[in-house]
Design a protein around this ligand. Sequence first.
Ligand code: 1PR
Length: 632
Amino acid sequence: MSTNTSVSYHTHAVLTKSTADDRRRTSISANTRALVINSRQELKRTTTAKTSSSSNSSNSSSSSYGNNNDTNTTSNKGEVSLLDYGAGNVRSVRNALQKLGYEVKDIKSAKEVLLAKRLVFPGVGAYGSAMDILRERALIEPLREYVLNGNRPFMGVCLGLQLLFDGSEESGGCEGLGLIPGTVQKFTGNDLIVPHIGWNVNEIMKEDQYLLDVNEKSQRVYFVHSYRALPNAMNKDWVSATCDYGSEPFIAAVQKGNVMATQFHPEKSGFAGLKIFDQFLSKGESDIDLTAWMNNNHNNNNKNKNITESSKKGLAKRVIACLDVRSNDAGDLVVTKGDSYDVREKGKGESGDVRNLGKPVELAKKYFDMGADEVSFLNITGYRDTPLKDAPMIEVLKLASETVFVPLTVGGGIRDFTDSNGKHYSSLEVASAYFASGADKVSIGSDAVEVAEKFYKNKEKGDGTSSIETISNRYGSQAVVISIDPRRKYESDPKNTKNKCIETKRKLGPNGEKYCWFQCTIKGGREGRDIGAYELAIAMEKLGAGEILLNCIDEDGQGNGFDHELVKMVADAVKIPVIASSGAGHPRHFSEVFAAVPACSAALAAGIFHRDEVTVLECKEDMAKNGLPTRI
Ligand code: 1PR
């Protein structure tokens, strides 16, 4: 996606190594397949992941849009061809189309493109890499012919929009399909946070029947990209919507006759996005009742009298629901929640049971329905198990992505490992298995600390082999989240540590120390290392990470609000999005962290949502009341 695409560390040189890359891709997919197959076998051995949600959600072509229940069925809306050329969002797009009632035909060949009756062209990844694959598979001319012919519907998504242009400055400068005049360029703007991740507002530039309904109802859509195309005199007749981010508005959607493409992701934009897909593919005859959905779900604007005008504009501050997942002592995969990372029931010492707060797939769906802007799954014992052992997470993702149409992040165990048969899997292969199963981003915890330590030892350089570098090179930086698990370390004198210290006003140390730094830990807080969250974040941004998930062991599960000092320190250090995490206990805590740290892009909570103490909507209402841009 641009994004992806965006940030692409792919260079032209990399693209020309196509044969080697192809071999690597083949081997990645073979290992990915092995991981996915193992996940199915593993799942059979667990009980909890076989949730009722799984059976509810498995018939994904059944749907009801006016309410929460995925019970009924929409009639079959006919066949749509989905071009699978290895883009990261193919599974999500397929899920969205199936949910809408279309029969999805996965196509790969030039011949199938020319025979398609309706064609969807997805895209997440780097521009150069995508063009390289299209060239190798002889898809460039058939795609051009299909679009130029213009007699059948064509829908491009994200990179699928950018590739229609003359070219991009991404990937060291690269030619595109040459169908729309203009060159895709990186975002510019003072102190701009890039990638542009999250829910933003489209401005309609011409009567576009496909976007109008969503816009009239003030529904935001989900973007994630670092590069964008700009409107100009030559492409004016194509531009159907723009979006404001960076130094000037960029092209959010193009449309001419039967051809449409969006920079945003309809498949990740909730029911608003599904509606846009359906409007276009049904030529304006969509049966999705957005008003009914809004009334029955989280975001009934009529009920939210306190929404300020300013909250309706610009990139929304995101509210993320997080599911900490692990196997309990009976071997069931459960959503759990700790206090300062201790997830065992209190009063029973070490032998207390792992707290069981629900089933991962069901809860993910619940938070989607409640209006969460994203859902994260953290496999909290991933540091000690191989992903093979945690393979039910793969199945959880596959099921969740059938009913949750907002971005999904998965973390835990993203690192190189060797299984009991001596077979080696790279972190890229582990991540690929997760992406193939429906994840939009992976989050890396323990491994990131070790990578950062090497980075500083190596004079602030990567060696190109780390999980962060390899995954962002292949899938784009927006796909790589770094999950930091810091704990306060107090110092009487900041000179006592090489790590960046602050003078704290929040809480003094046990002996009245007024300085502290935020020590990174690995293995779920079990081991502290001599590197701070500040230093780690800087290293990760340089190596290609796209986002920071900033937990805080001291505040986890405490309900006292986010640690603003920590969030400010890290948000000031980097220009990639920072997600505040740990400590939410009240809706106002979200507004407070965004007010205290304007550079903070999102805030995440777990316990208050799992225990039904606070709803996502209550957090958002508080934000909107306080004038914060909010998707509500
Ligand atoms: O190290 O790459 O295998 O990843 C392991 C992942 O699991 C990391 O992202 C790490 O943060 C997470 N993790 C490990 N142990 C625990 C634990 O709780 N014992 N959970 C754990 C992290 C923090 C948040 C939590 C917020 C909000 N939990 O995910 O959801 O603190 O909670 P709150 O709103 O209730 O305060 P690797």
